[in-house]
Design a binder for this molecule. Sequence first.
Ligand SMILES: N[C@@]1(C(=O)O)CN(C[C@@H]2CCCCN2)C[C@@H]1CCC[B-](O)(O)O
Ligand SMILES: [Mn+2]
Ligand SMILES: [Mn+2]
Ligand SMILES: [Mn+2]
Length: 292
Amino acid sequence: MAKPGTEHGPDALREGGLIKKLMGLGLDVHDYGDVGTPSHEDDHHFDLPVKNPKHVATASENIAADVYNVIKSGRTCLALGGDHSMAIGSIFGHSLAEPEHVVVWVDAHADINTPLTSSSGNMHGMPLSFLVKELQPYISKLPGFEFIKPCLSAKNIAYIGLRDVDPGERYIIEKLGIQSFSMSEVDRHGIKDVVEKAMHYLDPEGVKPIHLSFDIDALDPSLAPSTGTPVPGGLSIREGNYICEELAATGRLTCVDIAEVNPSLGNERDNLITVNSALSIITHCFGGRRQG
Ligand SMILES: N[C@@]1(C(=O)O)CN(C[C@@H]2CCCCN2)C[C@@H]1CCC[B-](O)(O)O
Ligand SMILES: [Mn+2]
Ligand SMILES: [Mn+2]
Ligand SMILES: [Mn+2]
């Protein structure tokens, strides 16, 4: 991860009252505990500009197994990050249980750099490139990632909230024709039209399971200051809640990632603001409604 500290995200959300809030919605909540992640020791870069590949590969394999088991047990899975490389495992695990699922990626960033287009070498900027079938001829298989079978086509992905996309990512998005609603489209059309267009594009018949991968930095930094790569001009909490209410209302929201909450960044107040925003996003994914 670019900046250490996202490993404390899950506990910050638990301490913020996550379980109680979800139980307050009348849900049967089970906390499966933390995914086993290996130490950073003996991790090396191979000959590619990629940081902590072994750490990410092992964590991804464990996440995939846990997400698969949760979904196979008939539950909706809530996966708490951790940086956004967590989505490698959560989306792969979801696809093993529900091969037909679609992905709504809510994020300031596209997270679709390949190890060779990445300027940072941080794997949180690459998750989708490991999963998209059309990109595989361009991906150097990193040792440890052999277990990943690309499980998404470009047409199964829609972005909402983009406002900091690298040139290489923009090329990939345009070349593959990935449906992308940046903050410009959110401003131009409004969040209602954006969600409608995204869902009509991904799943016109309204039958497919939905994977929501929500990077907390999709929200405006005033709402999520404790995150590694904040970008001004983000979604309001109303827009974030609206996306979640609409996806929850389909009854097909099967897996939700909440990524990039980093309690090590900012002060106490920043942490509180960020955790409360994340809790609002989560509760609106699981039946919380502003009309009560
Ligand atoms: N594309 C990025 C990458 O490192 O690959 C580069 N970017 C930061 C960079 C700063 C200078 C101006 C251009 N942007 C962060 C992003 C990854 C975010 C991962 B997420 O999980 O937080 O979305
Ligand atoms: Mn990150
Ligand atoms: Mn992200
Ligand atoms: Mn991001």
